[in-house]
Design a protein around this ligand. Structure first.
Ligand SMILES: Cc1ncc(C[n+]2csc(CCOP(=O)(O)OP(=O)(O)O)c2C)c(N)n1
Length: 606
């Protein structure tokens, strides 16, 4: 087996490498590959890919946020049909939303190259689960490329377009949080200018009728074999010869960890877990005495290798849950008896205090959840900053499943007929547009007694403040049509709709009480911008008049991080204190204070 040490894919015109994150490198790779249409819905850790593509010349690449991941893949597929190179990006759970078109397009194939970047989140830094996209790739028979660092992220993205067009397949470029968000030196190259191809007028390929799909399925199976052959013969599948006592098969970001901990081992670095380069794997395993598989999350390669009849070991030493690191790899290899265990160090033997994430000081979501507590509602939650209202002290959300689930869950609760409390679905503006509208239609259609609280903070806050069709701005910050939530609700048949200021606690309470008493579907829209939004509304900061504070803790229930206890004692008691720098003057604490001790900090001149 004669494999070169490393692959160089891009024509590197740089003399100097650029410090790029994995996400920026993927964006650069897409741009260099000549991508003309890029679409995405934000989701950590993938968000910055499209944000970065949005910094390239709009004449080169039409990059735009979509309402959800399925739409982004549909848009990319449309561009591919038209013969241009197309790109979509999402986080791992976004692929669940986009699964439908991917499962069909794998039969159709491509005209212009089609690459979907999917970023997994081992360790669940910012997600609702830890699913491994490689399993989806096998399900969809879509080849996956798994870069190990930012240079490979660029190179593999470029290469993915050649693979896509040569094998007539969508390609998934799989990153993980560590790769997406880590910066490393990257040599860049020029932009390719692939010729635009004409639309292929071939219903026998492009229209997935049963008769067409039946013919295309064997093509997909044969494509898998050809791709397997490709990865067997490609320098992408990298065999690093070393000590033959042990051979380690690894992929993606696990590779640098293995190199760090066992630099002299024989290593087979796979660029793709699916389809597996089986001939190379077999030859590699034959050349070593013992085979270990080091892969983050699921035992994907391990299962395949075991099925080949090779007695490989993997998850017996390395965890299936959580993120890998050199320490995790060292511990696993030590368990396997291959390296020394790390010496225990007591230097930093600290027990860190748990600091759960909190809503920001002045977060406009707080008031809505205070009012839901006040009316003692059964509250279904959704995905966004507001999910944090589920934890102490607000503790105002009872369930939370996935994006867009709140309204459907509420419909199901109402249909169950066992709930005595008012049922309220709470959903953010971006999530409402993502997947909240079909279940709202369903709610009206089913004529259930539920209230939907749309928490319109005029941004996709959770993922860092991306625009969406409700903000009236596009990815490049230009004006775009602004969706009107009230009109949408009316159009689907909701008749009871109220708008309320998120900072008006009394108003919120009153409106929520009325909404909960309404028979049928009622919608409340609370509408203050996110406090991190550049156009936030900020009043004067507030302070506590210590002599009047009775330490009743009513304000503490808001969970506002600007509210703490004073270190000093007044009349022998600790009193509440407000951090005037963190406070944005939303006045929620003043509204709940029974002793009127929260007052604006007046400018010095007054
Ligand atoms: C299917 C899916 N796509 C994307 C995400 C990432 N994500 C989490 S919350 C969220 C949207 C939050 O925006 P919004 O509903 O407006 O609430 P906010 O955070 O502004 O309060 C996104 C995109 C996800 N968790 N799941």
């Amino acid at each position: 087996m004669n494999k070169p040490e490393a692959v160089q894919i891009s024509d590197r015109t740089d003399n100097q490498p650029h410090p790029l994150t994995g996400n920026e490198a993927i964006a650069r790779g897409a741009w260099e590959a000549g991508v003309k249409v890029a679409a995405a819905y934000p989701g950590t850790p993938s968000t910055e890919i499209l944000e970065s593509l949005g910094t390239y010349d709009a004449a080169d690449v039409n990059a735009e946020w979509c309402t959800n991941e399925k739409v982004s893949v549909d848009v990319a597929i449309g561009a591919s049909f038209q013969g241009v190179r197309a790109f979509a990006a999402m986080k791992h759970v976004g692929l669940n939303v986009a699964a439908d078109p991917v499962m069909s397009q794998t039969y159709v194939g491509v005209n212009g190259g089609l690459v979907i970047a999917v970023c997994d989140d081992p360790g669940i830094h910012s997600s609702q689960n830890e699913q491994d996209t490689r399993l989806f790739c096998r399900l969809a028979n879509v080849p996956v490329l798994e870069p190990a660092d930012a240079q490979e992220a660029l190179d593999f993205t470029r290469l993915a377009y050649d693979i896509s067009e040569e094998f007539d397949t969508p390609v998934i470029l799989r990153a993980t949080t560590r790769l997406s968000h880590t910066r490393s030196p990257v040599f860049t190259g020029p932009r390719e200018t692939p010729e635009d191809k004409p639309f292929i007028d071939d219903p026998g390929k492009n229209v997935v009728l049963p008769a067409v799909a039946r013919v295309r399925h064997p093509f997909v199976v044969e494509r898998e074999r050809k791709l397997q052959e490709y990865f067997d013969n490609s320098p992408l599948t990298r065999w690093e010869k070393g000590d033959t006592h042990v051979g380690i098969i690894t992929n993606g970001t696990s590779y640098p960890y293995v190199k760090e901990v066992m630099p002299n081992a024989s290593i087979l670095k796979l660029a793709s877990s699916y389809p597996l380069a089986k001939k190379t794997v077999q030859a590699f395993c034959d050349s070593v005495e013992r085979v270990l598989i080091v892969e983050e999350l699921e035992p994907f390669i391990e299962t395949e290798v075991l099925a080949m009849g090779i007695p490989a070991e993997g998850k017996v030493f390395f965890p299936r849950c959580g993120e890998f690191s050199p320490e995790v790899i060292r511990a696993g290899l030590a368990k396997a008896g291959l390296v020394e265990a790390a010496a225990e160090t007591h230097e930093w033997n600290i027990n860190p205090i748990v600091r759960p994430p909190v809503l920001c000081a002045g977060c406009p979501h707080t008031g809505g959840y205070m009012s839901l507590r006040a009316i003692d509602a059964r509250v279904t939650g959704d995905i966004g900053c507001y999910t944090l209202a589920a934890v102490e002290p607000l503790r105002a959300i009872d369930t939370n499943v996935c994006m867009g689930a709140s309204i459907g869950n509420a419909v199901g609760m109402a249909k169950a007929g066992t709930e005595t409390k008012p049922i309220v679905a709470t959903i953010g503006d971006s999530t409402f547009l993502h997947s909240g509208i079909p279940p709202l239609i369903d709610a009206v259609y089913s004529n259930v007694d539920i209230t939907v609280l749309i928490l319109d903070n005029k941004i996709t806050a959770m993922t860092g403040g991306q625009d969406h069709p409700g903000t009236g701005k596009n990815l490049r910050g230009e004006d775009a049509h602004q969706v009107n939530y009230e009109e949408i609700c009316r159009a689907v048949g909701v008749t009871w709709i109220r708008k309320v200021d998120s900072y008006d606690l009394g108003g919120l309470y009153q409106v929520m009480r009325e909404a909960a008493a309404y028979k049928g579907v009622s919608v409340v829209i609370s509408n203050r911008p996110c406090v991190l939004d550049p156009v936030k509304i900020k009043g004067p900061a507030l302070r506590v008049e210590a002599k009047d504070c009775v330490a009743c803790q009513a304000c503490m229930n808001l969970g506002c991080p600007a509210i703490t206890w004073s270190d000093e004692m007044y009349d022998g008691h600790h009193k509440v204190k407000i951090d005037e720098v963190a406070c944005i003057g939303c006045t929620l604490c003043a509204q709940v204070c029974p002793s009127d001790c929260v007052q604006p900090v007046l400018p010095v001149s007054q």
